[in-house]
Design a protein around this ligand. Structure first.
Ligand code: NDP
Length: 324
């Protein structure tokens, strides 16, 4: 068991965490990134990425994350294979976190980049066909279904937005919802109803995702929640959009969060209510949820962390000068 001190402790290793690390390291803050259970974050479970700026060809999600990690290390970040299991934010900076390894991490600033995870249905075939027709992100993968038949599962804002987004690529989008009424905001519902490219299947749940001979998704098996009848829907792509869960368990009772568990920050900034504690990426953002926006927020958090430390140093100097 060891104690690690740093000017910037970063929890989480997706685009937000690595970007915060790159900026923090270049500001000589010698950041530590505690990588967590899924080093590299959500992009490590996607395949093709073609919306991250800087690459004219398609790149692979896991490769992109390895590059970000290598870049962060190259400029001086210390990477830890550990998962934070508790944090102590009381009394302000420095902040203390304990890892699964038993190691203790002390940060003069804390940048929380623990991300979020898409919720899955848990139906047979769903995980096996991930990347082969089943996805949880239309903005990321919709393009690959140009001119094909797609379905979106869910009835909230995300599901309706994803269905609308998919009409940019496909003329045949089916929204499948388990009830006969959507949870999505009225304005989105109106847009959905007006779209000639979207049809809606009410009171249906997906029982399984079935592959064709080529090993890719071929059809969904649906069950009617009222009659119990099953039916088949042939689709090339299915987008599960039943919500995301931010990884904020660690911060319950310690930091303010909204009713879905996303960390509250001062609007337009990564600042939480505790000076020196910042949140960046999907852990605080349920609207954009993109690698590039998370990276941008990680950068903002590091810059604000640097400013926080500089302001504290100035204040300490002023106090000691006054005492002389
Ligand atoms: P929500 O929790 O709002 O909606 C989830 C949807 O999935 C619900 O319709 C729910 O059905 C359905 N669902 C949940 N579990 C299952 C299941 N096991 N089987 C079938 N269906 C299921 O999640 P969203 O991701 O849509 O939104 C999360 C938050 O982000 C919300 O606060 C939302 O308003 C916000 N958001 C805002 C946006 C914006 O402002 N533009 C865009 C996207 C999200 P049921 O209705 O029956 O419970």
């Amino acid at each position: 068991m060891a104690t690690h001190h740093t000017k910037m402790l970063i929890i989480g290793s997706g685009p937000a965490g690595y970007s915060a690390a790159i900026y923090g390291a270049r500001a000589m803050l010698e950041p530590i990134v505690v990588q967590g259970l899924q080093p590299g974050g959500q992009l490590t479970i996607t395949t093709d990425v073609e919306n991250y700026p800087g690459y004219r060809e398609v790149v692979q999600g896991p490769w992109l994350m390895e590059e970000m990690k290598a870049q962060a290390e190259h400029v001086g970040t210390r990477m830890m294979w550990d998962t934070i299991v508790s944090v102590d934010l009381e009394g302000g900076a420095p902040f203390k976190a304990i890892g699964d390894s038993g190691d203790e991490y002390i940060g003069e600033t804390l940048v929380i980049c623990t991300g979020a995870q898409a919720k899955w249905l848990g139906a047979p075939g769903e995980q096996e066909l991930g990347g082969k027709g089943v996805s949880a992100c239309a903005t990321c993968d919709g393009f690959f279904y140009r001119g094909k038949k797609v379905a979106v599962i869910g009835g909230g804002n995300t599901a309706v937005e994803e269905a609308l987004y998919l009409t940019n690529h496909s003329d045949d989008v089916t929204l499948i919802h388990r009830r006969d009424e959507l949870r999505a905001e009225k304005i989105l519902q109106d847009r959905l109803m007006k779209s000639p490219k979207i049809s809606t299947l009410w009171n249906k749940t997906v029982k399984s995702f079935e592959a064709g001979e080529d090993g890719a998704l071929h059809h969904l098996v649906l069950e009617d929640t009222e009659t119990g009848e099953t039916s088949k829907l042939e689709v090339d792509g299915a987008f599960v959009a039943i919500g995301h869960a931010p990884a904020t368990e660690l911060f319950k009772g310690k930091l303010a969060m909204d009713e879905s568990g996303y960390l509250d920050v001062e609007p337009g900034t990564p600042k939480t209510a505790i000076p020196g504690v910042f949140a960046a990426g999907d852990v605080t953002d349920h609207v954009y949820r993109q690698a590039v926006t998370a990276a941008g927020m990680g950068c903002m958090a590091a810059l604000d962390g640097e400013r926080f430390l500089a302001a504290r140093e100035d204040a300490e100097e002023a106090v000691s000068e006054a005492a002389e």
